[in-house]
Design a protein around this ligand. Structure first.
Ligand code: DGJ
Length: 716
């Protein structure tokens, strides 16, 4: 009763002062998201779609409640469900005030909602990135009740749609077959795409989707949103089509086993849901996200990347100092920037000679590396290459000194058998002592060896049989606190080492999200480096992540595939090698040396250009990608013939994104020594208009399976 009167009074004052007469409009160059306030003071999403030339939104009314609550008249999935300190499970959120703050290209709008009975406040935050056409949405929940409240649902936002049909594109998989694209029509009821894996959270599902309205969208047509969540933990995207065919999309942290006890005055801030709207198909949506990612979402997104030679596929755990120094020669011969030492360099009481022991003991193995990492750094330096190193700081093998010394630092059930995965357990990162330990691994590596130029940060298992000794009775906070703690450690690392390139790896694509990419320069999409498989895996990730974040290494995987094919596939993303250079034939070496040079010359266009996916490997037995730079003066075209058969008759490919008025020279590059360009159009000049309207035949003559071409298209 006390609360009721106080909050009723507050509400009257606030609404009297700040009840907006016009809608709240969140705008980018081409999109508007419009909220209106109903007579009942609740906030409604009245519009989401193409931006109107005139701001006629003042006539808009109604719509769907922006951030649906639970416990009152709402009968569908709520954005928020909160159980008050007195046990009452209801919430009504009404408009209190809003602010908009513009800083150049970025405008942040905060809509403050309050309950009329209980002292609960929710702030809906929308950040509009004008030029990129991207909006991020999050919510902050706070209360001033006498005792903690319990949050059982806490979505980042809720978006409403009213179309004839809805088509969902999702990306699922597992180890070595990540990001497989599937399209389906949504029917009535609830569909969830989610993770419950804790660490390595994206192992089965990538936290990305397209939602197409009315009809399935293509690369160049259709109305859709592309969405992803910036959270390196359990996520959930709920799609609910109701009895009137209206759709609610609810993105956020997966509330599974994660009731959150919120103390009075404590802020609970959800991760950002990042989305873009397009009425010109998936290609435009994807380019919007790439631009946003490079400008705002990825560490040093507009900065250069290092080409490298990794030793994992070349040696696995079987190496020593001399062998590594020899491998440096391989890196030098290839002309890459760096040598990356992978797993197996550490552990003494429990040497890391396979994946069964040593994880957690981050001292150089004295037998393999008697002179330590410092020696390797200076040997690399003598050869004119940089040196990088693999770490898996969040994990421990039971066969390790760490396990013996700190049994209380490990996530595991106190009274049940340990559940090992890859022979390892996850450390209890919620414990500040463990956070110090993890920070210390990176910090001491870089302090002792300031020459270390790169880190590969691995994470090879999900959580299971999980219990945090540190959180004690608050086990339902574990999944959330683990991810927050991961960010705390990364904040400390980035405060001290702001620009050190770090690859986000998780046994392949177990971590692929923009929550982490704020701290990382790139990610490892898959352990599967077979060229044919990578065409599909990289295709899937390419929708949401720019090429300079997608690490693609040439290895010896890929039966029946030429080095040329595997190289051409890797060159369409962030190039690296993981191969025995000394086993290459002289021609293969020469080809690879030229490929590295070509890549360095083309990488500006690949890393920072606009991507046009011209032919999908899901639709034809080939795949064609085109990157075009901002000035439209240079483009790079990748043409991959897959497992083609006689029946495959490939038509001309129309290019996109060029300047119709410019003249472009079309020239094949990255040819294997001793071969010549066979395309009759090679080295000819065409207008952009011709290339985009009539197009080119990329496969004249007999189509040979698993072959490829790279063409440079240069304005003259
Ligand atoms: C999994 C990674 O994906 C591989 O590239 C390699 O680093 C291994 N872990 C090492 O254990």
């Amino acid at each position: 009763m006390k609360y009721t009167l106080l909050w009723l009074f507050n509400l009257l004052v606030i609404t009297a002062l700040s009840q907006p007469t016009s809608p709240i409009v969140i705008q980018t160059k081409n999109t508007s998201l419009v909220f209106t306030i109903g007579k009942n003071h609740r906030v409604y999403q009245s519009y989401l779609g193409a931006r109107l030339a005139n701001t006629e939104y003042s006539t808009l009314t109604g719509g769907q409640e922006a951030y649906l609550t639970a416990g009152m008249e709402n009968l569908f999935e709520p954005a928020i469900r909160l159980v008050h300190a007195d046990g009452n499970p209801s919430l009504e959120l009404t408009y209190a005030s809003h602010t908009a703050n513009q800083q150049g290209n970025v405008t942040t709008t905060r809509i403050i909602l309050k309950d009329s009975v209980y002292p609960v406040e929710v702030v809906l935050q929308y950040t509009a990135y004008f030029n990129e056409d991207v909006i991020t949405a999050s919510a902050t929940i706070q209360h001033h009740e006498k005792k903690p409240v319990r949050l059982t649902h806490y979505a980042s936002t809720m978006l409403h749609f009213n179309a004839d049909n809805y088509w969902l594109t999702q990306f699922h998989g597992e180890w070595a077959r990540e990001a497989q694209m599937v399209d389906e029509q949504l029917t009535n009821g609830v569909k969830n795409i989610e993770s419950k894996l804790g660490a390595r959270a994206d192992f089965y599902q990538t936290p990305t989707f397209f939602l197409s309205l009315n009809n399935p969208s293509t690369e160049t047509s259709g109305e859709l949103i592309a969405g992803t969540l910036g959270w390196t933990g359990n996520f959930q995207f709920t799609f609910e089509v109701d009895q009137r065919n209206q759709l609610r999309v609810r993105p956020g942290i997966n509330p599974y086993a994660s009731d959150y006890t919120l103390k009075p005055g404590e802020l609970f801030t959800t991760p950002d849901f990042i989305f873009t709207y397009s009425n010109q198909g998936k290609g435009q949506a994807s380019r919007n996200l790439h631009r946003w990612a490079r400008n705002y979402g990825v560490l040093d997104g507009n900065g250069p990347r290092l080409t490298l030679l990794n030793n994992w596929e070349a040696t696995y755990f079987n190496f020593n100092e001399d062998k590594l120094v020899e491998l440096f020669d391989g890196a030098k011969q290839l002309g890459v920037d760096m040598f990356l030492l992978d797993d197996g360099w550490f552990g003494n009481a429990f040497p890391r000679n396979d994946d069964k022991a040593g994880l957690g003991d981050w001292q150089e193995n004295k037998t393999k590396l008697p002179h330590g990492i410092g020696h390797l750094v200076s040997e690399a330096d003598k050869k004119g290459i940089k040196f990088g190193i693999w770490l898996e700081p969040e994990m421990v093998n039971p066969k390790s000194e760490l396990y013996q010394k700190h049994p209380d630092w490990i996530l595991r059930l106190p009274n049940r058998a340990e559940n090992l995965s890859r022979n390892q357990l996850v450390l209890d990162l919620t414990n500040p002592a463990v956070q110090n330990f993890v920070f210390g691994i990176v910090d001491s590596m870089l302090t002792k060896n300031p020459g270390v130029a790169y880190i590969k940060w691995d994470c090879n298992r999900p959580m299971s049989n999980t219990y945090s000794p540190y959180l004690k009775e608050n086990q339902s906070h574990l999944f959330i606190e683990y991810t927050r703690s991961f960010y705390k450690v990364l904040d400390r690392i980035r405060a001290k080492y702001p620009h050190l390139p770090i690859m986000l790896c998780s046994g392949g694509g177990g971590r692929t999200d923009y929550g982490a990419l704020k701290y990382f320069t790139e990610f490892w999409p898959s352990d599967n480096t077979d060229g044919l498989e990578r065409v599909f895996i990289q295709w899937g990730y390419s929708y949401f992540f720019p090429a300079n974040t997608i690490a693609a290494h040439i290895t010896s995987m890929g039966k029946g595939q030429s080095l040329k094919f595997r190289t051409d596939v890797a060159m369409s993303a962030k190039l690296g090698y993981d191969i025995r250079v000394n086993e290459m034939t002289p021609q293969e070496l020469q080809f690879s040396q030229e490929a590295v040079k070509n890549y360095k010359q083309l990488s500006d266009v690949i890393w920072y250009g606009d991507l046009y996916r011209l032919i999908s490997p899901y639709e034809e037995n080939r795949s064609v990608l085109l990157y075009v730079n901002d000035q439209k003066s240079k483009a790079v075209l990748f043409n991959y013939n897959l497992t083609t058969r006689r029946k495959d008759l490939f038509t001309k490919v129309q290019l996109q994104g060029l300047d119709p008025k410019k003249n472009y020279r079309f020239r094949e590059t990255n040819l294997f020594p001793g071969t010549k360009a066979t395309n009759p159009d090679n080295d000819k000049v065409f207008t952009g208009e011709y290339l985009m309207t009539i197009g080119l035949n990329l496969t004249p003559g007999k189509v040979v399976p698993l072959t490829s071409n790279i063409f440079e298209i240069t304005a003259e």
